[in-house]
Design a protein around this ligand. Structure first.
Ligand code: NAD
Ligand code: GLY
Length: 350
């Protein structure tokens, strides 16, 4: 089993990665919390596969455990589902020392984490990621949120889990398209700061467990320095500025990871045009995304994306931080106002 420790100013916890960890869920909850009851939150695709094993592990450890299962998909990250979850916790008489478990991908993790952050002003929760995207990114670092109809992740909190248990056996049932979307975030980490990971991904010489551990180590390092996303953590938004706009234009028909892949290709193109990145680095970056079956182009126009980008509250209040790649393993932050943003966006298409 692989283990990465995360130490933020607000808390410390371990991310465990390996085969068969789901069976240890109950024992881990007993070790880490004073819980007597647990509510397991999951999705309708994931619960039939792993829900019973998770509940059994909790109950075998002497915990009372009930499950709440939501429809799969981004629409579950809503205020309505959040309220439903809080009502369920109240019906179950969950107290502040009891514990929530998020068994699923980023949607389940973000919703459960936000409920944990706010129910009775905060109760413990564990992340049990079952998608590659959640394993390499969303389950670690404590960003929790639900969406509003007009904007994604508009309501949320920074709230760290008590532990992250990543049972890599669960990734075996992940649909191919979802696996590819997870690799987009892994490629993001490689471009951000790990040329060896990039090389390993190119050669397909790194195991899935190793990919997850490497990304989690990098994320832990960044989150430890900047838990609240005021500086270095912004680097994790590589590909996300243009990617979010594309995702939003698609009405969430594109997966998050697919939109990030398009966003990374766009910012790499723009970085070349704006003389920050050489063509060779851009070409191998885009080639790797394509090699993992990811989209790198969009039919949405610069005008369509710009209209959406202008809605971003950060640009409205002055400057937005674009994450700009320079070479494989080196990116930096460039603060842009509305005019410069338009130039960067147009450069992404040239
Ligand atoms: P997801 O949670 O929607 O899961 C993808 C799909 O795979 C769903 O249909 C789900 O039911 C299914 N699934 C999950 N695990 C499975 C398994 N093991 N076997 C079979 N099917 C399985 O999507 P995601 O890509 O994991 O997460 C995307 C969400 O994460 C977005 O809402 C995004 O905003 C958020 N996110 C959050 C952070 C953060 O730091 N909190 C970071 C990145 C992304
Ligand atoms: N996924 C971006 C972050 O955690 O900050």
């Amino acid at each position: 089993m692989r283990s990465v420790s995360v130490h933020t100013p607000s808390s410390s916890y371990d991310v465990l990665i390996g085969s068969g960890i789901l069976g240890e869920l109950g024992a881990r909850v007993r070790d880490l919390t004073a819980a007597r009851r647990c509510v397991l939150v999951s999705g309708e695709n994931v619960f039939p596969l792993y829900g019973e094993e998770a509940l059994k592990s909790l109950r075998n450890s002497g915990l009372q455990a009930e499950a709440l299962v939501f429809p799969s998909g981004e629409s579950t990250k809503s205020l309505a589902r959040y309220e439903e979850l809080l009502n369920f916790l109240t019906e179950q008489r969950m107290t502040r020392t009891d514990c929530l478990i998020a068994l699923g991908g980023g949607v389940t993790g973000d919703l459960t984490g936000f409920a944990a952050a706010t129910y009775q002003r905060g109760i413990p929760y564990l992340q049990v990621p079952t998608t590659l995207l959640a394993a390499v990114d969303s389950s670690v670092g404590g960003k929790t949120a639900v969406n509003l109809p007009a904007a994604k992740n508009q309501v949320g909190a920074f709230y760290q889990p008590a532990a992250v248990l990543c049972d890599t056996d669960t990734l075996a049932t992940l649909p191919e398209r979802e696996l590819r979307a997870g690799y987009a975030e892994a490629i993001k980490y490689a471009v951000l700061g790990d040329a060896d990971l990039f090389d390993g991904l190119q050669r397909r010489s790194v195991s899935l467990d190793e990919v997850i551990e490497t990304c989690v180590r990098m994320k832990a390092d960044i989150v430890e320095e900047d838990e609240h996303d005021l500086g270095r953590r912004r680097l994790l938004n590589l590909g996300h500025t243009f990617g979010h706009a594309v995702e939003s234009c698609s009405g969430y028909g594109l997966l998050h990871g697919e939109a990030v892949a398009i966003g990374m290709a766009m910012i790499a193109n723009a970085a070349v045009r704006m003389h920050h990145m050489d063509e060779k680095s851009r070409d191998i970056m885009i080639e790797l995304l394509r090699d993992y079956g990811l989209p790198t182009e969009t039919d949405y126009t610069a005008d369509e994306l710009y209209d959406i980008l202008l809605l971003d509250k950060k640009i409205a209040s002055g400057k937005l931080h674009l994450i700009v790649p320079h070479s494989i393993g080196w990116c930096n932050t460039v603060a842009v106002g509305p005019e410069e943003l338009r130039q960067w966006l147009e450069a992404a298409y040239e």
